[in-house]
Design a protein around this ligand. Structure first.
Ligand SMILES: *Cc1c(COP(=O)(O)O)cnc(C)c1O
Length: 355
């Protein structure tokens, strides 16, 4: 069985060696030694000053909206994982969908201003598949209209844009370290704030709003454990090898699928992480035929992201024709550390056989 992704697991002894430290300390959660070490190493890896390691990549979106006092309208992308929209609705805000750029599939910055109302307070956009949003245009619009900018960077780990981590842009960027993501800690995530005061507020939110006996603000439980940090400490040193192997797979797909399916546009100033391999078919029926063919070979592609989030049953009906069209025709092909050349060829043959 070949899945769209396969979790990278370090040698078992490396994981147990890290766990031994937690055992010796008899300290398994609440900002332990391993969590602190992982945070320090992630700050260096990403080149950011502030970073908080958390339990997942969804709670951080909720914490971000709360920390920036967002209570009304949030301009967002319809082409992302459902957690992006859910966080907005969960926090009692209204998602206002702006259609996506037909080349990058990130929010179309040229359409943002038309969606701004007196109630607009923030832009929450996703660097979908690790491809950068138009961060310069979004920053200019945010400045002009005094809006906060949050990036859902769940796919952006290890991506550099114009020489710095893509996760360093915006007022706040978030990331997911779920087992299906490029860098993982089984479950996990992080939140990166550009402002020290916001970072401090987020630190409080993460631990119920109090420090020892000092009850300072409202909070939630966004912490993560030593068991999860141990996995991160094992996987982080392997990132270079993991990204290099995904690049190998990407090149093999690229060479054979050129002209058969469409691909997304990527700027030269983007140092990519090869996190996903999405392909766009000329029609949904072709996509469904390929999915069926792959299934016969026990291979699963993933309709990532379908449906378009503006079509969710619990949001106010809004039209985003580009996102609706793309979400019906896009399929992510398997890509993961160690995916064999012969198996990539089988996938290529399936995709190419559909005329
Ligand atoms: C995976 C993902 C999330 C959620 O992350 P979890 O760690 O699973 O909570 C949020 N946004 C996007 C775009 C994602 O792909």
């Amino acid at each position: 069985m070949i899945n769209v992704t396969k979790t990278y697991l370090p040698p078992f002894e490396e994981y147990t060696a890290q766990l031994k430290r937690a055992w010796d300390n008899v300290w398994i959660t609440n900002n332990g030694e391993l969590v602190q070490e992982l945070e320090a190493k992630l700050k260096v890896y990403l080149g950011v000053k502030n970073l908080l390691y958390t339990s997942n990549g969804t709670i951080v979106l909720q914490m971000a909206l709360k920390a920036l006092n967002i209570t009304k309208e949030v301009i967002t992308t319809p082409f992302s994982y459902v957690a992006t929209t859910n966080a907005i609705v969960w926090e009692g805000c209204q998602p206002v969908f702006v259609d996506i750029d037909p080349l990058t599939f990130c929010i179309d910055a040229t359409k943002i201003e038309a969606a701004i109302t007196p109630d607009t307070q923030a832009i929450l956009a996703t660097h979908v598949y690790g491809i950068a949003c138009n961060v310069e245009a979004i920053e200019a619009i945010a400045k002009k209209h005094q809006l906060k900018v949050i990036y859902d960077g769940a796919h952006a780990f290890g991506v550099n844009y114009k020489g710095r981590s893509l996760l360093s842009y915006g007022d706040i960027s978030t990331c997911s370290f779920h087992a299906t993501k490029l860098f993982h800690t089984v479950e996990g995530g992080c939140i990166i704030a550009n402002n020290d005061e916001t970072d401090h507020q987020l630190m409080l939110f993460r631990q119920f709003g109090h420090v020892y006996d000092d009850y300072i603000s409202v909070g939630v439980n966004g912490k993560n454990s030593e068991f999860h940090a141990a996995m991160g400490l094992c996987v982080l040193p392997k990132m270079e090898a993991i990204i290099a192997d995904r690049k190998r797979i990407t090149k093999q797909y690229d060479v054979s699928l050129d002209g058969i399916v469409s691909r997304l546009a990527m700027e030269d100033s983007l140092e990519y992480n090869y996190g996903y391999y999405p392909v766009i078919f000329s029609s949904e029926s072709k996509l469904l035929k390929v999915v069926e063919l792959l299934k016969q070979d026990r291979i699963s592609g993933r309709r990532y992201f379908y449906p378009s989030l503006n079509e969710l049953p619990y949001v106010a009906k809004q039209s985003c024709p580009v996102s609706e069209d793309i979400s019906r025709r896009i399929l992510c092909l398997p890509i993961y550390f160690g995916l064999e050349t012969e198996n990539i060829q089988i996938i290529i043959d399936c995709v190419s056989s559909i005329k």
